[in-house]
Ligand binder design. Structure first.
Ligand code: UT7
Length: 355
């Protein structure tokens, strides 16, 4: 209630890497990649940082919205590949983009980041703008939600099963408080414990100066393995510092998680899936979208499919696809738009909104 999308935009790094380019790096082919994923090419950030890409996307989104940088009260950045841990990615972007009045922080919900970020930002906006609250809380009239990834930095470029899937880029959306707008109609968020580490990327801690105990190197999953769920985990599967994925198992889960989230958000919003004008799913694999479409009995034409030219861009994916849908004239005032995400965590979710 009360917030509307005022503008959105995306930014891609300059380098385009085709499937034929990938076949010169690993044992793969354009035919395999297109048939199994729908991906034709992806963009890879060579010189561009997350700060560069996100700031550019935000500047374009604010221009589309007709809102000045200093009018932004909140910046939520969703990423799994921040340029630095401290300052947060959002703080770096705030400084670069000149969002001088924004409160800024990061949020990690992997590929579902867009849904979680929108939920947090719209909830903060609504509670701060509720009658009588503006004196107790930071008033948030304009919020920017940006998803940005430089996944090329955490890819094992020798692993053909994963390196062909991912790409870099940023997507941003500007939200404006508007009493009369219906805005967010409903949402659905869900977590499922990924005890088998189906989708993982280890954090690596160098403890060479740590004065207690004799550990020299520790990883996130080695901490997990000491815990109560140790029996579920296999230390040999740790791919330290790069994305590891059990593709088939994730595929199975993703197809049903996507369908569940779409159905639940519609149910909560009191509308039928048939009444949704456009569905913007996370772009992980075109086949996942087709599976979910079949399960939901919704024609593919109602889905925005953008994966062909960008690959899987994790937290940026839904916001970049939303931008594509706006640019293609697929989203008009009053339309019902359903955003759906799923990914690492495992996290899944959907948000139904009126444009
Ligand atoms: O954003 C987070 C969520 N992520 C996802 O949702 C991704 C979910 N998973 C997937 O999209 C798919 O499982 C993949 C695209 C990752 C893999 O497709 P698949 O149809 O499940 O292939 P597969 O893993 O069953 O592998 C089939 C064959 C194997 O060869 P054999 O054992 O049959 O001889 C693989 O070694 O394809 C082989 N293969 C490849 N061949 C050529 C795997 N990667 C490649 C490749 N090029 N890049």
């Amino acid at each position: 209630m009360g917030c509307r999308i005022a503008g959105c935009a995306k930014e891609l790094p300059d380098l385009t890497v085709t499937n034929d380019d990938m076949s010169r790096i690993v044992d793969t082919s354009d035919e395999w990649i297109v048939k199994r994923t729908g991906i034709h090419e992806r963009h890879i950030a060579v010189g561009e940082t997350c700060t560069d890409m996100a700031s550019a996307a935000i500047t374009k989104a604010l221009a589309n919205a007709g809102i000045q940088h200093e009018e932004v009260d909140l910046l939520v950045c969703m990423t799994i590949t921040p340029d630095t841990i401290i300052p947060s990615q959002a703080c770096l972007i705030r400084a670069r983009a000149g969002l001088s009045n924004a409160v800024a922080f990061d949020l990690n919900a992997a590929c579902t980041g867009c849904i979680y970020g929108l939920e947090v930002a719209t909830s903060m906006m609504e509670s701060s703008m509720a009658q009588g609250s503006s004196e107790q809380k930071n008033p948030i009239r304009h919020a920017v939600i940006v998803g940005v990834e430089r996944l090329s930095r955490i890819i094992d470029w020798t692993d053909r099963a994963s390196c062909v899937l991912f790409g870099d880029g940023a997507g941003a959306v500007v939200l404006e408080w508007d009493e009369k707008a219906k805005g967010i109609l409903s949402s659905f968020l869900k977590n499922t414990d990924d005890l088998d580490m189906l989708l993982s990327c280890d954090q690596h801690y160098d403890l060479s100066t740590f004065p207690f105990g004799d550990a020299q190197v520790e990883t996130g999953s080695s901490i997990m393995w000491q815990g109560p769920n140790a029996s579920h985990l296999d230390p040999e599967r740790s791919t330290c510092g790069s994305i590891g994925m059990e593709g088939q198992q994730v595929f199975k889960w993703a197809s049903s998680a996507m369908a569940e989230a779409a159905e639940e958000a519609c149910k909560r919003g009191g509308i039928s899936l048939e009444d949704v004008d456009v569905i913007i799913p996370h772009q992980a694999n075109e086949r996942i979208i087709r599976f979910a479409a079949k399960k939901l009995k919704v024609p593919m034409e109602r889905f925005q499919v953008s994966i062909g030219s960008v690959g899987n861009t994790s937290a940026s994916s839904v916001l970049m696809a939303l931008t594509d849908a706006y640019d293609a004239g697929r989203v008009n005032p009053g339309d019902k738009v359903l955003l759906v995400g799923f990914g690492g965590g495992l996290t899944s979710g959907a948000m139904l909104l009126e444009a």
